[in-house]
Design a binder for this molecule. Structure first.
Ligand code: ATP
Length: 598
């Protein structure tokens, strides 16, 4: 637990003052609550007494000998009322401050985790399911919020009540107190024993819940495939299994907690009964006043119930400790793809007023999940500045991987990639990516509006620039046909558009970014021949004065490229123009035969 606090400290630090006041109001209400016992004692010994002179003095700091019995009752009630008022005020401050802290700290943590996660390299998200990350950001932080915003305050308050209560009990009556204290270890021991088990089970529950999250995500994302293959029952069963597993882990945890509560309550009640019995004898024999016994019982019950509350919230706190550990784990992840040292990136900078060439020098790369197979194998190639270069080759040859490496979504295992002679590892990711524009194979659209999706290329673009990008990508006419034009919402991943339309929006986005290096990954693959022709014209405009690298399966699209690079099994097996390759390259001849002269 202390280590969790240490890790949480940076999140608590900005709110030191609020935490201080929360603590003060917590101490204040606890002390005020405990003084209720004194109020009760005065009430019983003074207010309910019909003797002029009570047998046992009631420690009132001023002379009340002239008071009538009724006045004494009034005074006792007034004291109780005052204590009640102080408790109410203190509780207001404590509840407000502590709940505020809970909300604030969990929100900060949520933002911090998201801010960190969004910089992780794409391969991290291949290994960790997004459902799991979602669950950590939502469920784990909510758990933490409950703990900071309530359980922890309950815990502290009760610890305080427990300690102060015991001290007061001892001062008043050591004999009775020893009866109370004998029950303490009997209660604490099972708490510790069961608590450990509950903590482990809580962690398991959170993990199982995260599993449910990824299952929902995945099946809903691919809902069309699920329904098209009529696999709803399969998905339902799979989901059911996940839910049941999570339920059983939770049920087991609940059972443990219930056991813990039963044991605590039984032991506490047994202790209290015995104490009242022993105290009752003292009252009967005149050693203590009835008020003393009432106050004593009040404190004993407070002490006992504080133990009960501690045992209740300790489970929450342990779950939160697990949740915090997992969140901190996320925060401590180091992205594998990072900016270089400042001293290095200061010297290297891509400006936006020139065209760039790209060079791969003996690049070898394999995906982390397939360490045994090199996707790129000592690949060396040069992409000239300001020209259109096409990458062709069979499916799976490694063409898209080349794009990923230019973007530094992955780093090569050996070899280097340089742009204009600068190793891409020696510039900041922001600078590198600012000169690159990508139209991916699968156009990724967000669920916002058409406008928001195109503006993703350049958030500062003007309305005129937006419209001309839409025009240049031949999107304007279909956008105008949408119900709200540029303001039409696209649905998740652009489900409300056709494949070709999505692709045109992706092109508009890239046009708006106006990058120095344009990477087109099958940018026209989902277009019909007519739109493709238009897009080709648009691309001809777009590729002027910039380095363009395009992947295309249809050779008709690459025939006019200035340079064609033929890739096979992660190696460069030929380069030249269409005519040159037709004469000299066997693989290219094969591809051409299959496509052009059918
Ligand atoms: P296509 O023309 O079909 O798009 P490509 O030439 O672009 O193919 P790549 O996508 O670069 O091929 O893939 C090259 C190889 O790397 C393939 O064998 C593919 O299975 C593998 N691969 C691609 N992405 C990953 C990944 N994230 N993890 C593991 N292997 C991958």
């Amino acid at each position: 637990m202390p280590s969790v606090f240490k890790k949480l400290y940076p999140f608590l630090k900005p709110y030191k003052l609020k935490i201080f006041w929360a603590f003060i109001s917590l101490v204040f209400t606890s002390v005020a609550t405990l003084s209720l016992g004194q109020g009760l004692r005065i009430l019983v010994d003074l207010g309910f007494s019909n003797n002029e002179e009570p047998t046992i003095k009631s420690n009132i700091p001023f002379d009340i000998s002239t008071f009538s019995n009724l006045e004494k009752l009034g005074l006792a009630i007034a004291i109780l009322g005052l204590i009640g008022l102080l408790i109410a005020l203190g509780t207001f401050a404590r509840h407000y401050l502590v709940s505020w802290l809970g909300e604030r700290i969990s929100s900060d943590l949520r933002v911090e985790v998201y801010k960190h996660i969004i910089h992780m390299e794409p391969s991290y998200f291949e290994e960790t399911s997004t459902g799991e990350i979602q669950s950590r950001i939502l469920t784990d932080t909510t758990l933490l919020q409950t703990v900071v915003g309530s359980s922890f305050s309950i815990f502290l308050r009760n610890i305080l009540i427990f300690i102060l209560g015991i001290v007061w009990l001892f001062i008043t009556n050591a004999k009775l107190t020893s009866i109370v204290l004998v029950s303490v270890p009997l209660v604490v021991f099972p708490i510790l024993l069961f608590g450990r088990k509950v903590r482990k089970l809580s962690r398991d529950t959170q993990e199982k819940l995260a599993g449910i999250g990824s299952q929902v995500n995945e099946s809903l994302l691919h809902i069309r495939t699920v329904q098209a293959f009529h696999q709803e029952s399969y998905e339902k069963n799979k989901f059911n299994r996940f839910v049941e597993i999570a339920f059983h882990v939770s049920a087991y945890r609940i059972l443990f907690r219930s056991f813990m509560i039963v044991i605590v309550i039984s032991l506490v009640l047994a202790g209290i009964s015995f104490m009242i019995w022993a105290g009752g004898i003292d009252v009967i024999e005149g050693r203590i006043s009835p008020g003393d016994l009432i106050a004593f019982s009040f404190y004993a019950i407070m002490v006992a119930s504080s133990l009960g509350s501690i045992s209740e919230v300790i489970g929450d706190m342990q779950r939160a400790a697990g949740a915090t550990e997992r969140l901190i784990e996320l925060l401590q992840l180091e992205p594998k793809i990072k900016d270089p040292e400042l001293s290095v990136s200061d010297k290297n900078n891509f400006s936006s007023n020139t065209t760039y060439n790209i060079k791969f020098d003996k690049v070898t790369f394999h995906y982390p999940s397939r360490p045994e197979k090199s996707t790129l194998d000592h690949l060396s190639l040069e992409i000239p500045a300001g020209k259109v270069t096409a990458l062709v080759g069979p499916s799976g040859a490694g063409k898209s991987t080349i794009f990923d490496l230019i973007y530094r979504f992955h780093d090569p295992k050996t070899g280097s990639i340089s742009i204009d002679g600068i190793d891409t590892k020696n510039v900041t990711l922001e600078n590198l990516r600012s000169i690159l524009g990508l139209v991916p194979q699968e156009p990724n659209l967000f669920s916002g509006t058409v406008k928001e999706n195109i503006l993703y290329g350049n958030l500062e673009a003007s309305q005129d620039e937006l419209i001309s990008a839409a025009e240049a990508s031949y999107s304007l006419s279909f956008i105008n046909d949408l119900p709200l034009g540029f303001d039409s919402a696209l649905g998740e991943n652009g489900v409300r558009l056709s494949g070709g339309q999505k692709q045109r929006l992706a092109i508009a986005r890239a046009i708006l970014k106006n990058p120095k290096i344009l990477l087109l990954d099958e940018a026209t693959s989902s277009l019909d021949s007519e739109s493709e022709m238009y897009i080709q014209q648009a691309l001809t405009e777009l590729t002027k004065n910039r380095t363009t690298l395009m992947i295309a399966h249809r050779l008709s699209t690459v025939m006019n490229a200035d340079l064609i690079l033929v890739i096979e099994n992660g190696k460069l097996v030929g380069n030249g123009t269409h005519e040159e390759l037709l004469k000299s390259n066997e693989l290219y001849q094969k591809l051409a035969r299959l496509q052009l002269f059918k």
